[in-house]
Design a protein around this ligand. Sequence first.
Ligand SMILES: [Zn+2]
Ligand SMILES: [Zn+2]
Length: 293
Amino acid sequence: MSSDRSKDVTPPPLPAPLAVPVADSHTHLDMQSGTVEEGLAKAASVGVTTVVQVGCDVNGSRWAADTAAAHPNVHATVALHPNEAPRIVLGDPDGWSRQGERSAGGDAALDEALAEIDRLAALPHVKGVGETGLDHFRTGPEGIAAQERSFRAHIEIAKRHGKALVIHDRDAHADVLRILKEEGAPERTVFHCYSGDAEMARICAENGYFMSFAGNVTFKNAQPLRDALVAAPRELVLVETDAPFLTPAPYRGRPNAPYLVPVTLRAMAAVKGLDEDTLAAAISANTARAFDY
Ligand SMILES: [Zn+2]
Ligand SMILES: [Zn+2]
């Protein structure tokens, strides 16, 4: 990360409300400024009435489960992020884990963390297991074995509890698809921040995998992603912010939050040649089906 002093940290303005309410299928409220209540109220004021709060480590997953228990329109998913699993095994103290947690690492530490994810996955307000998957961008060769073992374990947990599987796939399309095939994908699988091309979208469609599009679909250089969105069947498309990351254009670089879903959804409707209400209705139904709420 560079320390860009000119970075605009002003929250983007409220977009015009959606007439048909939708869900933000993937957000990290615990990494955003303001309270949960403020974030949810702001989102609801523009028609984003439901959010899926995603856990990335043990503490974040507990927080997601607690937050979903306290708010009827928040659903939780729980997991060790693909970049978190190797850190647990390698004992990296500067990892994703907060509160300066240190552990001796090793496979036993990963097993212990997975056991807690398994326990949380059984809770009724936890609707998914993820984000899990593979990240060949941030995790180097020394972490690949741990990452893959963790991914396979999460697939097993999702299936055993009958929860959706939320996939993080960064620069790892072929390996993610291969492992899903080897393990047998859960009944409901969501590719979060979908980043494949049109050909991969057709493979996902054949397998009934949901594809969740984030703000990067609006980026100027993202034509392959828009081609994928065109190829993705309407009944498998979701929308997400992945906030605080991936703020949609024209607000790129400024803080993201669930209230900005309408910006991305409108861009998606234009790409698919649909009016926004039609796409919002489809996305709303798809998200409820994906997470079984
Ligand atoms: Zn992710
Ligand atoms: Zn995420």
